[in-house]
Design a binder for this molecule. Structure first.
Ligand SMILES: NC(=O)c1ccc[n+]([C@@H]2O[C@H](COP(=O)([O-])OP(=O)(O)OC[C@H]3O[C@@H](n4cnc5c(N)ncnc54)[C@H](O)[C@@H]3O)[C@@H](O)[C@H]2O)c1
Length: 343
């Protein structure tokens, strides 16, 4: 089977990583085209890869006859137009989260894909591909712990860029726990409340950090998430499920070297997202490439989070931002999936 010719749009932090990943680690694909708003950046990256071209217009890159599939690593506000172009040209696309930046356009994308009768859009919620999350999901599905009742999560970053505001803690950070909740529990989130404790003295002026998110699922399960994005320490993502017959926790020992000789134990917490989730991105991309190769036969060019998952996450985050302002629990407004044939 010939290599999938991939166009990567947006070669900033994530896109440049994905180009390197596709070039050095993933089999069955190569980067044929790169595009970036900053043309020189794309040209520089293309020059380092055999058979790769820089194309200035993102829509031309998607339409190019020598492009089989697309990776979107552009900023969220550009996704809607680029996703619709991928659908129009029938090109499979792995879109970094978010699907789009608002609920209405996310729903429109879901509907447009459903009309095609082929699954072309995968959203980059990569935690589903992390070995620890996959094992936790398998454990829950095995029934060994009985019914899962409660999810406790912590999401801590050492620092965030200066433009990061309080709503981005919901839309860019919490969004991952939103997807994790839906993945682990296989049901929708129906309400969300954001609680704002006293801000950390280390947080920039005006940033509500930390935040506590409290969510409830359709069957009444409870989820709480501590979000703290300016810890100054390390990148810690912990997830604990409390179930009827026991509990299970992941994210505690990643990269941890236990030392007990002097009566203490300790080690290093993963310093950044690459150390914590590098494997998850690699697995996500390999499985996506494999799914696209199978797609012509199956009609499904994805293996993972769908456009619907992107829409659901947008709906929960929208309600979360409303609660961030009011402090009150907010019901999540979503359409009934059954009303969209093929979604
Ligand atoms: N899955 C994850 O864990 C994760 C982590 C970080 C970011 N992201 C997502 O990845 C995407 C990119 O984030 P990033 O951190 O790499 O951002 P970034 O700012 O580092 O990179 C974005 C790049 O896109 C380029 N760009 C801007 N507008 C464009 C357009 N219209 N067409 C083509 N290129 C354009 C910019 O010049 C820049 O090089 C965002 O959607 C973000 O939410 C996902």
């Amino acid at each position: 089977m010939s290599d999938l010719r991939v166009a990567v749009l947006g070669v900033g932090v994530m896109g440049a990583d994905h180009v390197a990943r596709l070039t050095t680690k993933i089999s069955g694909a190569r980067v044929a085209v790169v595009n970036d708003f900053v043309t020189e950046k794309a040209e520089q990256i293309a020059a380092g890869i055999d058979g790769c071209r820089a194309i200035t217009d993102p829509l031309d890159a998607i339409a190019d006859p020598d492009v089989d599939a697309v990776v979107l690593a552009t900023p969220g506000p550009t996704h809607e137009k680029q996703l619709l172009a991928c659908l129009e040209h029938g090109k499979p696309v792995l879109c970094e989260k978010p699907l789009t930046t608002d609920v209405a356009t996310s729903l429109e994308v879901v509907k447009r894909e459903a009309e095609l009768g082929r699954r072309l859009i995968q959203v980059g919620f990569m935690r589903r591909f992390d070995h620890e999350y996959a094992r936790l999901k398998a454990l829950l599905d095995s029934g060994e712990l009985g019914r899962a009742l409660v999810l406790h999560c912590a999401h801590r970053n050492p620092a965030v860029p200066p433009y990061f505001d309080s709503a981005m803690i919901v839309r860019d950070s919490l969004v991952h726990e939103v997807d994790v909740t839906r993945f682990l529990f296989d049901e929708e989130i129906t309400s969300i409340q954001i609680v704002k404790p006293a801000a950390s003295p280390g947080a920039p002026e005006g940033l509500a950090d930390p935040q506590i998110a409290i969510m409830r699922t359709a069957s009444g399960r409870h989820v709480d998430v501590e979000l703290f994005v300016t810890t100054g320490v390390a990148y810690e993502v912990r997830t604990e499920v409390v179930a009827e017959k026991g509990s299970a926790m992941i994210g505690l020992d990643v990269g941890l070297v236990r030392t007990r000789g002097d009566g203490t134990r300790g080690g290093q917490i993963t310093p950044g997202f690459r150390e914590r989730f590098g494997q998850a991105y690699d697995t996500e991309f390999q499985r996506w490439v494999d799914a696209v190769h199978r797609g012509s036969a199956t009609g499904d060019f994805t293996d993972g989070p769908s456009a619907w998952d992107g829409y659901a996450a947008a709906a929960v985050c929208e309600a979360g931002v409303e609660s961030l302002d009011s402090g009150l629990p907010v019901e999540v407004a979503m359409v009934d999936r059954a009303t969209i044939a093929g979604a």
